[in-house]
Ligand binder design. Structure first.
Ligand SMILES: [Zn+2]
Length: 123
């Protein structure tokens, strides 16, 4: 099952996208893109380590592979689309009621800090 999770995280679309960037990049931008790809690969390796640790703890505490697969499907579908990823949704500012992009850490209209997206932020 862990192989399934790792394959899910490091899906073929990511590899295809990276290869496409590398093919289309000019020589001046190649080193920057290579550095970005290294950073992405480094973050992915750390995320996989966290996932492996979490899943081993969960399995030790009685959860099954079917439980994990069901939760993955549930989270995938939570944004309204079963597409193998979670698309962050805008959040409502608690101070001024404006909608705030999930990419922002504070409201663009009033500056109120907004909650972070998830437990793996910063990994
Ligand atoms: Zn606001």
């Amino acid at each position: 099952m862990l192989d399934f999770v790792m394959g899910y995280v490091a899906g073929e679309r990511t590899a295809a996208r990276a290869a496409g960037y590398a093919r289309s990049a000019g020589s001046a931008a190649q080193s920057s893109i290579a550095g970005d790809l290294y950073d992405i690969e480094d973050r992915m390796e750390r995320m996989l380590l966290v996932i492996e640790a979490m899943w081993s703890l969960m399995r030790e505490n009685g959860l099954t592979d079917d439980d994990l697969a069901a939760r993955i499907r549930e989270l995938d579908e939570s944004d309204g689309t079963a597409d193998g990823k979670r698309t962050p949704q805008p959040v409502r500012c608690t101070a001024c009621d404006s909608m705030v992009s999930p990419r922002r850490t504070s409201c663009a209209f009033c500056g109120e800090p907004v909650a972070s997206g998830g437990p793996l932020d910063g990994v």
